[in-house]
Design a protein around this ligand. Structure first.
Ligand code: MN
Length: 140
């Protein structure tokens, strides 16, 4: 079984790129275009991983992180920030705010899924990688 991943991102192109990459690897993707919706979806759907933009309408990513990490039903879910900010010190602020990881935009197409998967337990990672590996080992 592959993970259900919630993407919270108000920028349409970034949202569609991340959705496309994750779905292409076999993940089920839920999307939210603002922080309030992200929190509502997180509470109702209990995704396996949350990717969260920092600058969003209604509730920003820091507030989303605060609410998720104080909720005992949600606090175990890996929460990964994605942001265009690249200022020195931003990463530390993000991690200090409850996020478990941090990605800088623009999304690196070649690495995004593989790096995100490091936050998933192996049992929830897409099978395509494992199949490709074992296939290579067993093919005559
Ligand atoms: Mn944004």
């Amino acid at each position: 079984m592959t993970a259900r991943i919630l993407i919270a991102e108000d920028h349409p192109h970034s949202l569609e790129l991340m959705r496309y990459l994750l779905q292409a690897h076999g993940y089920t993707v839920l999307t939210a275009v603002d922080g309030e919706l992200a929190l509502t979806l997180a509470r109702h759907e209990r995704p396996d991983l949350i990717v969260c933009d920092l600058q969003m309408p209604k509730m920003n990513g820091y507030e989303v992180a605060f609410q998720i990490k104080r909720d005992e039903r949600l606090c175990h879910i890996p929460l990964i920030a994605v942001t265009a900010f690249s200022m020195i010190g931003d990463r530390e602020k993000v991690l200090a705010s409850g996020f478990d990881g941090y990605f800088s935009k623009p999304i690196e197409v070649e690495r995004f899924v593989a790096e995100l998967e490091q936050y998933l337990p192996p049992s929830l990672r897409a099978q395509s990688r494992g199949d490709a590996r074992s296939g290579g080992e067993t093919w005559p």
